[in-house]
Write a protein that binds this ligand. Structure first.
Ligand code: NAG
Ligand code: NAG
Ligand code: NAG
Ligand code: NAG
Length: 325
């Protein structure tokens, strides 16, 4: 009897130990950074030859070398990408470039939309350029490289509403690949266009491209991705974006006062051209079925029409908690 009790106690201990080990393993699995060596495998599609297209895309170098904004004082580089808080991040980086000057100007971050205060002062066309200018090593460095990333479908819809719907309403003309308000048509033509660019059959860029290029096409990410920290976009900055950004700012030793200024701007001075909650956007979300594909096929499903968007698959590399694109 005594030994059976010991046995059952032993068994209980073993079970507890197993549970703990499993728990730790699961936690490790969950918290493990999404960007790791094999992450390209995650987006391997089942059909078409999108996989090959993706590799081709990721091998690209010259596509978008735009908009790295730098704050040398705090050793920060931020890759500003359209439709991912670009105006607000432009403002934040300009502010951090010289807080006194920015505050004296009496500007709000939102003002950067119509004219950038730091134009040509803290802006670089490539991360390589920044590295050269500030002699930033690839090995160990106290510089921070960051980028706000947004759910690719969310970003696409926002871009479409911005470029194709609102512009149309405002001045009666849009380029939008001649598709008018037909989103299916636009996705198909833009996808084709992006593929042509990636295969270098076409170098012509349209007004839309900067908004619709996948996020991974920006800021030399094909080479620099491992050095970057990705901050998740949230339409309400206080939800997700600001806590992460504030943590980064603290690490870069940005003083409390400056962090408060930034938070105030990001949270309370909502960007005036933001599409969140606009009637146009609600319309598109309600009418169109935007399906996040579960099987890594990388398609948009709109009103029963399936449109391949392999070109956006790679954005999954940028770590979106809720996206299973
Ligand atoms: C920031 O701007 C102020 C006001 O224009 C100027 O006096 C100061 O030297 C600038 N600081 C730096 C570090 O450039
Ligand atoms: C650049 O940094 C490296 C160390 O990271 C240093 O050895 C080198 O002298 C620096 N070059 C310049 C021009 O400052
Ligand atoms: C309409 O918007 C486009 C794109 O911003 C602009 O280039 C064009 O000048 C605008 N047209 C009018 C009539 O405002
Ligand atoms: C929208 O575009 C798609 C693809 O080009 C086409 O098949 C469809 O008929 C268009 N829908 C309308 C309402 O024009």
């Amino acid at each position: 009897m005594f030994s059976s009790q010991t046995n059952s106690m032993l068994a209980a201990k073993v079970i507890i130990l197993l549970v703990v080990i499993t728990g730790v393993y699961i936690i490790l699995l969950i918290s493990r950074p999404v960007i790791h060596e094999n992450s390209t495998m995650l987006v391997a599609p089942k059909s078409r030859n999108v996989r090959e297209e993706q590799i081709r895309l990721f091998a690209l170098n010259e596509i978008v070398k735009a908009n790295s904004h730098v704050s040398p004082q705090y050793k920060m580089v931020n890759c500003v990408v359209q439709k991912s808080m670009s105006t607000m991040m432009t403002g934040a980086m300009c502010y951090l470039y010289n807080e006194t000057q920015y505050e004296q100007s009496g500007r709000n971050f939102d003002d950067e939309f119509s004219g950038r205060f730091c134009k040509d002062t803290n802006e670089f066309k490539s991360v390589t350029g920044v590295r050269e200018a500030f002699n930033i090593s690839y090995v160990k460095t106290d510089w921070s490289f960051s980028m706000v990333t947004r759910d690719p479908i969310d970003r696409f819809v926002s871009g479409f509403v911005d470029r194709c719907v609102r512009l149309q309403q405002r001045n009666g003309t849009t380029q939008c690949n001649g598709c008018g308000l037909n989103m299916t048509c636009f996705i198909e033509t833009e996808y084709k266009h992006l593929m042509e660019i990636s295969f270098k059959r076409k170098t012509h860029r349209t007004m839309e491209d900067a908004h619709f290029f996948p996020q991974v096409w920006h800021c030399d990410l094909n080479e620099e991705v491992e050095f970057f920290e990705f901050i998740q976009y949230s339409s309400n900055a206080d939800d997700n974006l600001m806590p992460q950004f504030d943590d980064l700012l603290q690490r870069q030793k940005v003083p409390r006062r400056s962090r408060d200024f930034i938070r105030n701007q990001l949270v309370y001075q909502k960007s005036s051209h933001s599409t969140t909650g606009t009637p146009a956007k609600r319309f598109y979300y309600s009418r169109q079925v935007l399906k996040k594909n579960q099987g890594f096929d990388c398609v948009f499903q709109i009103d029963e029409v399936t449109v391949p968007i392999g070109v956006y698959c790679q954005d999954v590399l940028l770590r979106f908690p809720s996206v299973s694109l």
